[in-house]
Design a protein around this ligand. Structure first.
Ligand code: TXA
Ligand code: MG
Length: 341
C-alpha cells in the first residue's frame, strides 16, 4: 500500500477523515506523540491497527474524542471525580480509564470492560476527530517495541507502506505519552506516568492519588538481560506496561546516583568502549529541565539508531514530578540495565 502524506490544511484533514470513515488507518500528530488512528467503533479498522504495529491484541487502545460530551458515548456515568479532571486537564495529555459501554468494541479495549479515553489539545488531532464524526482509537504510531514517534518522519520510518496516510504536523510539544489514570475505583490510580503529575492530579481532585505499584518495581528479566516480553510475575493494570518498550538498537546503560560521579563513570566507559571501536553516545539532561528531556528523549533514541550508535550511556534524572515519567521511559528503553554510582 502507498502511504499518503497530508499537510494540516482543512482540505487535507478532510481527506484524512474520509479515510478514517472508510475504515482506514491515519497517523496524526497530538501534543504528546503521533498516534495511529482508526475508527474506534469499527472492529475491523481497529484490528488493522494491531496488525500494522505488530502489537499484541491484549494491549488496548486509547480512544480519542474532540468534545467532552463524547465521553458519554463511551461510558455510562460521568462521576464527580472524572468531571474535576476533565475540567482541569482536557483537552490535554491526560487519559482516563473508565467503564466501557457495550457499544465500544472489545477489540478496541483489548477484551477489557474498561476503556481509556483522552481528549487531545492538538488542533490537528481535534479537527481530524471532529471531521471523522467518530471517536478515534490510536496507540502511538510506532512499530511495537520502538520508541514512540514525535515527528511525521519517525512515523514514516516505521510504518511507510503499512498504513493509509500520515498527517505531518511538526514536532510534538510534550514528547512522551499521556498520563493514564484509572478512574474505575474510589481512588484514582496512575497506570502510566506522564507530564501531568501525581501532585497535579491530586490537587485537582482534592484527595490522594495512587501510583500502580507495578510502576515502582523492576519487572522480571529474561536470561542474559533484557525484559521478558510477558513476565508472568509482572501484572500491571495497564496491559501495555508489561511489554518490551521504547528500545533503541543500541545497548543502553543508565547511570544512577550522584550526578558528578555519573558523569565521570560515563566518560570513563565512553573511553573504554571507544578503544574497542564502538560508537558511543552520552545522554545527560539537566535535573531542572525534565520537560526538555521528555520532549527530546524518544527523538534522541531514534537519532542514535540512524547514526549507528552502538552504546548509549544515559544519566538518570531525579524520579519526581515529570522526572518520574521520563525515567519510566528511560528504564524501559535500557531494559533496566542500570549502573549505580
Ligand atoms: O499520549 C498518548 O496517550 C498517545 C497519543 C497517541 O494519544 N497514545 C498512546 O497509546 O500512548 P498507546 O497505545 O501507545 O498506549 C496506551 C496505554 C497502554 O499502556 C495501554 O495498555 C493502556 O494505555 N490502556 C489502554 N486502555 C486501557 C484500559 N482499558 N485499562 C488499562 N490500561 C489501558
Ligand atoms: Mg505506545
Amino acid at each position: 500500500m502507498d502511504t499518503r502524506f497530508f499537510g494540516t490544511s482543512e482540505q487535507d484533514i478532510e481527506q484524512a477523515a474520509e479515510i478514517i470513515k472508510e475504515g482506514g488507518l491515519v497517523a496524526f500528530p497530538t501534543e504528546t506523540v503521533y498516534g495511529l488512528g482508526a475508527d474506534a467503533l469499527n472492529p475491523e479498522a481497529v484490528g488493522k491497527v494491531y496488525a500494522a504495529k505488530g502489537r499484541p491484541s491484549d494491549n488496548p487502545m486509547i480512544v480519542h474524542i474532540s468534545s467532552k460530551d463524547d465521553l458519554g458515548r463511551l461510558t455510562f456515568e460521568i462521576t464527580e471525580d472524572m468531571k474535576k479532571l476533565m475540567d482541569v486537564f482536557w483537552p490535554g495529555p491526560l487519559t482516563m480509564v473508565v467503564p466501557a459501554k457495550p457499544e465500544v468494541p472489545r477489540v478496541t479495549t483489548g477484551g477489557l470492560d474498561t476503556v481509556a479515553v483522552r481528549m487531545p489539545s492538538d488542533p490537528v488531532a481535534a479537527a481530524l476527530i471532529t471531521l471523522s464524526e467518530t471517536p478515534i482509537a490510536a496507540p502511538s504510531a510506532n512499530l511495537s517495541g520502538k520508541p514512540s514517534p514525535t515527528s511525521a518522519r519517525h512515523v514514516i520510518d516505521d510504518l511507510d507502506g503499512r498504513i493509509d496516510a500520515v498527517i505531518s504536523g511538526g514536532d510534538c510539544q510534550v514528547g512522551i505519552e499521556s498520563t493514564v489514570v484509572d478512574m474505575t475505583g474510589s481512588v484514582a490510580v496512575i497506570l502510566r506516568p506522564g507530564i501531568i503529575t501525581q501532585e497535579q492530579l491530586s490537587k485537582a481532585l482534592g484527595k490522594a492519588v495512587e501510583i500502580d505499584p507495578a510502576l515502582k518495581t523492576k519487572p522480571e528479566m529474561a536470561e542474559g538481560g533484557g525484559l521478558l516480553e510477558t513476565a508472568e510475575s509482572f501484572k500491571p493494570k495497564s496491559p501495555g506496561m508489561k511489554y518490551k518498550h521504547y528500545a533503541p538498537k543500541a545497548e543502553m546503560i543508565i547511570y544512577k546516583g550522584d550526578r558528578e560521579k555519573a558523569s565521570l563513570a560515563m566518560a570513563e566507559e565512553k573511553l573504554r568502549r571507544t578503544e574497542y571501536g564502538q560508537k558511543v553516545e552520552i545522554i545527560m539532561y539537566d535535573d531542572s529541565e525534565p520537560e526538555k528531556a521528555a520532549r527530546e528523549f524518544f527523538a534522541k533514541l531514534r537519532a542514535c539508531d540512524k547514526a549507528g550508535v552502538d552504546v548509549i550511556l544515559a544519566a538518570a534524572l531525579k524520579e519526581d514530578g515529570v522526572g518520574f515519567a521520563v525515567m519510566n521511559r528511560m528504564f524501559k528503553s535500557a531494559g533496566y540495565n542500570i549502573v549505580e554510582v
